[in-house]
Design a protein around this ligand. Sequence first.
Ligand code: HEC
Length: 173
Amino acid sequence: MKAPASSGGARLRWIYAAFAVAITLIAALIWWDAAQRSDGRADGAVPDMNDARRIAEGKRVYDAHCAACHGANLEGQPDWKTRRADGRLPAPPHDDSGHTWHHPFDVLFAITKHGLVPPYAPDGYASDMPGFGGRLSDEDIWNVLAFIRSRWSDKVRRTHDELQRQVAAQRAR
Ligand code: HEC
């Protein structure tokens, strides 16, 4: 009677092992899904955008990945408010003359990471703005946004700081 008992034990061990693998897979899937959706920090907080190192890093990111379309001086493409023949919009400026500063940071972060996809644009919206999620880390994206912010006038920066405070207070509720 020894053999059946030990083979039963072995079967139980297999069941436990399979169970453990399944749990690990499910946990990994949940984590992956959350990671895909997380825009920046889990707590939704914005890092220190005045940090000089962050701004300097952000300039490097900007020159390498954004300047070609948004302009070396953040001036955007000519006639940026007029759709081209193909129905797409040129790249807008990121300086005071654009509307980047009309948006809170989580929106700018999401557009930079995912491109102009819902909820920031209609489903299937055709745009030249790429999503940088595969090429830039979350930290790179915060850095480039800090650089863009550093180029706004004091007045625009104060207006955006206030917008940011209001949005943060609203979302904390
Ligand atoms: C290939 C060209 C191209 C590159 C490169 C590019 N963009 Fe854009 N971006 C666009 C275009 C075009 C739009 C406007 C799209 C539209 O509204 O259809 C846009 C829009 C945006 C917006 C929304 C602005 C607003 O006021 O609504 C943000 C934010 C943005 N880009 C950030 C970036 C950042 C940051 C980088 C570099 C990491 C970058 N873009 C690189 C073409 C580009």
